[in-house]
Design a protein around this ligand. Structure first.
Ligand code: ADE
Length: 232
């Protein structure tokens, strides 16, 4: 049977998903809670990791290695870089990078370490499925590059620097690390984000105002992705 991991970083990002499931079993493991449910004949494991690359790495790894998930979907919010992305809009990551990974002192490009790569590409089949979901929901979803780092960005200059190095459309704090884990363990992944702010000086206020509503928009789309995966 298929076993799908659905991850967020914050409680608000997974709450709408848990609400949809109704009943689930809660297991505590490695300092976190994992919620297991059967949904339309497939097994789901849902968790929020806590914010940042380290916690999201731990959770993604646990979902794959301990709970044996074979597909990973991430639902959450992001700061927009691409001016076409407005609050509540959805972005699907085509590839992801770590914008704060910096050994440029040794002549390497930003985001690169030896034996790694600047970008990790998302799974093509899940991207194709998301196009179908977007069409059916009549949602305008942008496909683009997501840059991940351990900072909440609220500064135009830092944004510009991230664009310069990665040509990113949006930024957040977990996708790039989850992508590295899934890529290394051979598990197809899909990272979806709804915009909560534009990573400028007002970002923290915008985030507080829109994080919850945008998280719901992302979660609704993710559950349609689950339906699509099951239909296949
Ligand atoms: N997630 C949502 N908004 C963000 C921002 N401005 N910086 C980093 N992560 C975010």
């Amino acid at each position: 049977m298929k076993k799908i991991a659905i991850m967020g970083a914050m409680p608000e990002e997974v709450a709408p998903i848990l609400q949809k499931l109704g009943e689930y079993k809660t297991t505590e493991y490695a300092g976190n809670k994992y919620y297991e449910a059967t949904y339309k004949g497939v097994e789901l494991v849902v968790a929020y990791s806590k914010i940042g690359k380290v916690f999201s790495t731990l959770t993604a790894t646990t979902m794959i290695e301990h709970f044996s998930c074979d597909t990973l979907l991430f639902s959450g919010v992001a700061g927009a870089i691409n001016p076409n992305l407005k609050i509540g809009d959805l972005i699907v990551a085509t590839k992801l990078s770590q914008h704060d990974l910096d050994i440029t002192a040794f002549g390497h490009p930003m985001g690169y370490v030896p034996e790694g790569s600047v970008f990790v590409k998302s799974d093509k089949e899940l991207l194709a499925l998301s196009k179908e979901v977007a069409r059916e929901l009549e949602k305008n979803v942008i496909e683009g590059i997501i840059a991940t780092g351990d900072q909440f960005i609220h500064d135009e200059k830092i944004k510009e620097n991230i664009v310069k190095h990665f040509n990113a459309d949006a930024l957040e704090m977990e996708g790039g690390s989850v992508a590295v884990v899934c890529n290394a363990l051979g598990v197809p992944f899909f990272i979806l984000r709804a915009i909560s702010d534009t990573a400028d000086t007002d970002a923290s206020f915008s985030f507080d105002e829109f994080m919850e509503s945008s998280a719901i928009i992302s979660a609704e789309f993710i559950m349609k992705m689950v339906d699509k995966i099951i239909e296949q």
